[in-house]
Design a protein around this ligand. Structure first.
Ligand SMILES: [Zn+2]
Length: 455
């Protein structure tokens, strides 16, 4: 039994140490791990004795299940969630639904894991303005993401105490808003000492990542000097935290990989990636987040975007924002913006690179950089997935990049796939996204920890 238990825990343990940090675990991981051991023991006990009543279970019956792993979809499947976590997944003929479980008939529907945005920002924007970071605004945005089926956001910068608090409160079977993980501030500093101090400040708050920018904003700003970047990576790794990097240039991408960076948070957009880079990123087991829609947001308001007529967009946007982004003055400002036109060219390079990286076997995770004004949380994640397919990924690859692969890339191991022991975060779709990726928009309901997200 002990050996079996150990094997099962190894397989489904949701909080393995972050992939490259097998040292001392943060307290948070230990607490979550113990909670998970207890819930796993509960599942094993249930499995060992007949169960006649099981309050708190919900069973989705009859759907096609895309589980977020590399497996083929399961037709006519059943998912049982107990106390917020997935207890059983399998074909209808093989699953015993616990007596007393609430049953939901999802015949003909498709269920997939809730989407994970591996690069977003939460809490600071209201309308087209910023500086509104409050708990209320964080919750409003986490609910917005959730209604669009984005059940987890890895917030890479701009996170303050209220965001950390929400992160700490979310390992709970009552949760019904999107999960958030946090990086704290985007680390800046003119000296090595200042950089190390800021890394420590974020680490002391309990950051999941350390975020840094290595970019000159199309030649208009000073890049972080490489010795300071080296110090940042060193200090982050002393604190056993992974480093997520905003970058633009291939040359910088190669440098930061050699320096030990752990997550590439934007596309390489100045030139096509080469064999050297692909070998480097694969051998270091680093994930790559394209954020194509970040580029889109820089230039698309030069005219009236097509998506301004999409009901899936209109259901959540404030009409006033559309009006402000549609004035002739706004449009001509974007038309005349050198950076907007520069990023439009960069988007083409970024999309070509997705195909090269995908063919090269690189781990690609969906991320959008949504949150800043006019980067629409919820809607842009769907646009991102559709663009990833347009760039050369298969629908199944793009779905995995937005679920199981994304979870691995942000080091959160109890979300992202529909497997026993994971949180019950899922989306019920009216149409099959493997047949047409646009069907990710056919959302009929969203569930987080087995709780229905209200529209
Ligand atoms: Zn960002």
């Amino acid at each position: 039994m002990n050996q079996l238990l150990g094997t099962i825990l190894d397989r489904i343990n949701p909080h393995k140490a972050p992939r490259k940090y097998p040292g001392k675990l943060p307290v948070k991981f230990l607490v979550d791990f113990l909670a998970h051991v207890l819930s796993t023991l509960a599942v094993l006990l249930f499995a060992a004795v007949p169960v006649f009543a099981n309050e708190g279970s919900i069973a989705f019956v009859g759907a096609r299940i895309i589980d977020g792993t590399a497996a083929d979809p399961l037709e006519d499947g059943v998912i049982v969630i107990t106390d917020g976590r997935i207890r059983t997944v399998g074909p209808r003929s093989a699953v015993t639904i616990p007596a007393g479980a609430q049953q939901i008939d999802v015949t003909g529907k498709t269920i997939m894991p809730g989407l994970i945005n591996a690069h977003g920002h939460v809490g600071n924007t209201v309308g087209l303005g910023t500086g509104a970071y409050t708990t209320d605004n964080l919750l409003r945005q986490l609910n917005l993401y959730a209604r669009y089926g984005i059940t987890t956001i890895n917030s890479l910068g701009g996170d303050e105490a209220q965001g950390f608090d929400l992160r700490n409160e979310q390992f709970d079977a009552d949760l019904d808003r999107a999960r958030i993980f946090v990086a704290g501030s985007v680390v800046l500093g003119d000296t090595e000492a200042a950089i190390r101090a800021e890394v420590n400040r974020n680490a002391d708050m309990g950051a999941n990542f350390i975020k840094v920018r290595v970019d000159d904003n199309l030649g208009t700003a000073q890049k972080m000097p490489r010795p300071l970047f080296d110090a940042l990576v060193d200090q982050a790794h002393i604190r056993r935290l992974p480093v997520a990097v905003h970058l633009f240039y291939l040359d910088d991408a190669k440098y930061i990989l050699n320096a030990g960076a752990d997550l590439i948070a934007h596309s390489v957009r100045d030139e096509l990636v080469d064999r050297e880079f692909i070998d480097q990123i694969n051998s270091r087991n680093v994930c790559y987040i394209p954020t194509l829609t970040r580029e889109v947001s820089t230039f698309v308001y030069e005219s009236t975007p097509e998506f301004f007529a999409d009901p899936f967009f209109l259901k959540a946007v404030e009409p006033d924002i559309i009006a402000q982004l549609s004035t002739p003055e706004y449009q001509s400002r974007i038309q005349n913006s050198a950076s907007a036109q520069g990023y439009k060219v960069a988007l083409g390079v970024a999309m070509d690179n997705i195909k090269l990286l995908r063919d090269g076997g690189v781990s690609i995770a969906m991320g959008t950089d949504t949150g800043p004004p006019a980067r629409f949380q919820g809607y842009f994640e769907h646009m991102e997935i559709h663009m990833m397919v347009e760039a050369g990924m298969t629908p199944h690859e793009a779905i995995r990049a937005s679920t199981g692969v994304a979870a691995d890339c942000i080091n959160v191991h109890d979300i992202g796939t529909l497997e026993p022991g994971k949180w019950g975060d899922l989306i019920v779709l009216g149409a099959n996204p493997l047949e047409n990726i646009e069907n990710t928009k056919s959302i009929e309901s969203v569930w987080i920890a087995g709780n229905r997200v209200l529209d």
